[in-house]
Design a protein around this ligand. Structure first.
Ligand code: GP9
Ligand code: MN
Length: 637
C-alpha cells in the first residue's frame, strides 16, 4: 500500500493546519464584513487563524498512534463546525455565535431550522472539504501517525502558536486599546483575534458573569439607584393620567423599520393603515425611535417594553437571566388591579418565554396551544397575522378589565415569504429577493393590523384601550445594503445604516389628539411614556427610559452595541457624525462627554442585570412577584 508521508512525518500535520488556516481566512474575507481599516488589521486577520490552527491541532501531536489520528480528526472537525456555524449565523444576524445563543438554540429546539436552511448554499460543502481530505488520508492509510508521541515537535509547535498569539494580541491592543475589557462589539474581537479565540473569550465572559451574581450584595445597588434617580425626568402634566384606568395593548410589529412608513413602492403605499394612523392624528407617531435590541431580537424588544432596561450585549435576557428579579410593567400594574396577558401564535418555549414571563408577573400566556394552527394558516415561526388577530379577539374579550396585554406578530419575519393568495402587493424589483419580499409581508401585516383595529372598534374595547404599536428590531440586515441603496435612493453608509435602525412607534390614546412627534428616542423610553399616560409615577422604579412626551425628555440614545444617536451627533464605532448632514464632525472631542454618558448608562444597566441587583431593591407600593404563582398550562376542555 502506498504511503505518501513517512511514518511520523510532521509534514502532513502542517498541511492540515495550513488548510484550516487558509479556509478560515477565506471565510473571513468572503462571509464577514469586519470593517478592515488599515494594513495592520488586514495582517492580523490573516495571522490569527494560524496560531489557533497550530495550537489546537497541535494537541493531537502529544499523543501517538490511533489516538493521535482520532484527535486530529475530532479537533479539525470541531473547529470546522464552529467556523461554519458562525458563517451561517452571520449571514442572517450579522453577528457571531455566543454561548448564550447556543443555549437559546437548545431552548428554541427545531424551530430555527427553517431560517437556517434558507441561509445555506450547496457550495458550503467546501467548508468541510479539508476535513474530508483528512479523513480520506487516514482511512486509506496514506498517512500513518507516529508510533511514538511527537512530544518534542509538539512542544515547539505549541510554543510557536502561543508566541504568535501573543504577538497578535500585542499588535491588536496597540491598534485598539482595551480591546478585551471594553468592547461591546463582537465584530472587533473577531477582526483582531479571530473566531476561535473569540469563542474562548466568550466562554470566559460567561463564567465570569455567573460569578458576578454570586459576589454582589446590597451595596452594589446604591450607585445604580443614585445614578438613575438623578436622571429621572418629570412627566408632562398635559398628558399625565389622561388614560387612567384604561386597558393597554402592545403590538410587537415583527421586523418593521421606520423607512417603510409612508414609503411608496411604484406609487403604492406599503403600510396604508399605519400611515393613516399618523396622518389623521388618531395616534401619536414617533418617527425617530431607534431600536435598542441585541441578540435577543423580538424577546429583547419585549424585555425593553416591560422593563426599560438594556438587554444584554451578548445573548438574550429571556434565556440567560430569566430567573432574575424584575419590577416589570405587568407586575407594577397588577397592584393597580390590572390583569396581564401575552398573545403569540408560536409555542411558549420559544425564547424561553414561559420561564421569563413568570419573573415578569404575566398572568396569562395564550401561545400556539390556544390557536387553530391549521397548516394553511401557519408559515415560518407560527400563525399568520390575520388568523392570529382574528382568533385572539374572543380571548381578549374574555379578559378581566383593565388589562395589560401584548400581541406578538410573526408574518413579517425573515425571509419574508408569503403563501400564494396572502398578498396581492407587488414585490420590489431589486436584485435581492429578501428585500423584494419584505414589502409584501409588511403590507400583509399592515392589513392584519387594520383588521384588528376594526375588530377592537366593533367590540367596544377601542375607546377604553391605549394601543402601542412598535417595530421590534431591524428586518433587513447589512447583507442587503446594495438593494437597500436602491430602495432609499442613496448609498447605505454606516451613518445611513444607523438611521435604518429606527423602528416605528405609534401610541393611540382614546380621546387624545395625536400626530407626528420627531424627538429622538429609544425603545426604552416607551415604558415611562405609557405608565405616565396611565397616571402612574415612575420615580421609584429603577429603569432607564425617559417619557417621550415630557418636555425634559432625554435625547441621547445609546444603542446596544455601544454606539449612540442624538439630534446633534451620532456615534458609530469610534466615529462621530453630524446627525443632520451625516458628515463626520470636525472635532469629535467636543462630544466625548455624550459618549461617556451613553457608556455609563449601558454600564449601569448591565450591572443591574448581571448582578441581579433588583433582588436588593423594593420600590414603594410594589408587590414582589413569586415565580411559583405563575404557570402557563392550557386547561384541557
Ligand atoms: C418567535 C418570534 C420571532 O416566537 O418572536 O423571533 P425573532 O427571530 O424575530 O426574534
Ligand atoms: Mn422579531
Amino acid at each position: 500500500m502506498k504511503t505518501y508521508f513517512k511514518q511520523g512525518s510532521i509534514l502532513f500535520f502542517f498541511i492540515i493546519a495550513v488548510l484550516l488556516w487558509l479556509k478560515t481566512y477565506s471565510a473571513y474575507l468572503i462571509e464577514f464584513r469586519l470593517g478592515i481599516e488599515n494594513g495592520l488589521q488586514q495582517f492580523l486577520l490573516f495571522l490569527n487563524p494560524l496560531s489557533s490552527s497550530l495550537f489546537f491541532l497541535g494537541i493531537a501531536l502529544f499523543f501517538k498512534g490511533k489516538i493521535q489520528q482520532v484527535l486530529l480528526v475530532v479537533i479539525q472537525l470541531l473547529m470546522s463546525i464552529l467556523l461554519y456555524a458562525n458563517v451561517v449565523y452571520y449571514r442572517f444576524f450579522d453577528d457571531f455565535i455566543t454561548i448564550p445563543v447556543i443555549m437559546q438554540t437548545k431552548t428554541n429546539a427545531g424551530q430555527l431550522g427553517n431560517s437556517a436552511f434558507s441561509l445555506m448554499t450547496p457550495y458550503d460543502i467546501l467548508y468541510f472539504a479539508d476535513t474530508v481530505l483528512l479523513i480520506l488520508f487516514l482511512v486509506k492509510k496514506w498517512y500513518k501517525p507516529s508510533l511514538i508521541s511527537n512530544r518534542k515537535p509538539a512542544l515547539i509547535i505549541m510554543s510557536a502558536a502561543i508566541a504568535l498569539f501573543m504577538l497578535n494580541l500585542g499588535l491588536a491592543e496597540k491598534d485598539r486599546p482595551d480591546l478585551l475589557t471594553r468592547s461591546f462589539d463582537r465584530n472587533y474581537l473577531v477582526k483582531y483575534l479571530g473566531t476561535y479565540n473569540f469563542s474562548i473569550y466568550d466562554v470566559v465572559q460567561n463564567v465570569k458573569s455567573a460569578g458576578q451574581r454570586a459576589m454582589a450584595d446590597t451595596n452594589d445597588i446604591t450607585e445604580v439607584e443614585n445614578y438613575i434617580k438623578a436622571n429621572k425626568v418629570a412627566p408632562n402634566p398635559e398628558y399625565f393620567g389622561v388614560a387612567k384606568g384604561k386597558n393597554v395593548i402592545y403590538i410587537s410589529m415583527e421586523s418593521l423599520q421606520t423607512f417603510l412608513i409612508n414609503y411608496e413602492l411604484n406609487g403604492e403605499e406599503v403600510t396604508p393603515f399605519l400611515n393613516s394612523l399618523a396622518d389623521t392624528g388618531e395616534a401619536f407617531y414617533f418617527d425617530h425611535i431607534y431600536n435598542q435590541t441585541g441578540q435577543g431580537k423580538t424577546s429583547d424588544a419585549e424585555f425593553i417594553m416591560d422593563n426599560a432596561l438594556y438587554p444584554m450585549a451578548q445573548g438574550a435576557v429571556y434565556v440567560n437571566k430569566a430567573q432574575n428579579t424584575f419590577q416589570s410593567a405587568p407586575a407594577i400594574l397588577k397592584a393597580k388591579g390590572y390583569t396581564s396577558a401575552v398573545f403569540h401564535g408560536n409555542y411558549k418555549t420559544f425564547w424561553n418565554r414561559n420561564e421569563m414571563y413568570k419573573s415578569m408577573g404575566i398572568d396569562r400566556f395564550y401561545d400556539a396551544e390556544y390557536y387553530s394552527m391549521k397548516e394553511e394558516d401557519t408559515k415560518n415561526y407560527g400563525l399568520k397575522d390575520k388568523p392570529f388577530f382574528k382568533e385572539s379577539m374572543p380571548m381578549l374579550e374574555e379578559l378581566p378589565q383593565p388589562f395589560y396585554t401584548r400581541f406578538i406578530t410573526l408574518s413579517n419575519h425573515f425571509p419574508f415569504e408569503m403563501d400564494d393568495g396572502d398578498t396581492d402587493f407587488p414585490p420590489a424589483e431589486t436584485e435581492d429577493k429578501i428585500v423584494n419580499q419584505y414589502f409584501q409581508s409588511a403590507h400583509y401585516m399592515d392589513a392584519a393590523l387594520e383588521q384588528f383595529f376594526q375588530d377592537l372598534k366593533s367590540s367596544d374595547l377601542y375607546d377604553d384601550t391605549v394601543v402601542v404599536l412598535y417595530g421590534d428590531h431591524y428586518g433587513i440586515s447589512e447583507n442587503h445594503n446594495e438593494a437597500m441603496a436602491e430602495i432609499i435612493g442613496k448609498e447605505v453608509t454606516p451613518f445611513e445604516y444607523a438611521q435604518l435602525q429606527r423602528v416605528p412607534v405609534f401610541i393611540h390614546v382614546p380621546g387624545v389628539e395625536g400626530g407626528l412627534i420627531q424627538s429622538y428616542g429609544g425603545q426604552l423610553d416607551i415604558r415611562a411614556t405609557v405608565l405616565h399616560l396611565l397616571g402612574l409615577s415612575t420615580k421609584e422604579y429603577l429603569d432607564f427610559g425617559s417619557d417621550l412626551l415630557s418636555k425634559e425628555h432625554n435625547e441621547i440614545i445609546p444603542l446596544r452595541n455601544g454606539d449612540f444617536v442624538s439630534p446633534d451627533v451620532t456615534m458609530i464605532g469610534e466615529k462621530m457624525y453630524d446627525s443632520q448632514t451625516g458628515e463626520l464632525v470636525e472635532d469629535p472631542d467636543d462630544y466625548a462627554h455624550l459618549a461617556a454618558k451613553a457608556r455609563k448608562e449601558l454600564e449601569m444597566s448591565d450591572q443591574l442585570l448581571y448582578k441581579d441587583l433588583l433582588r436588593f431593591y423594593k420600590p414603594a407600593g410594589f408587590e414582589s412577584i413569586n415565580r411559583e404563582d405563575y404557570q402557563y398550562v392550557k386547561d384541557e376542555d
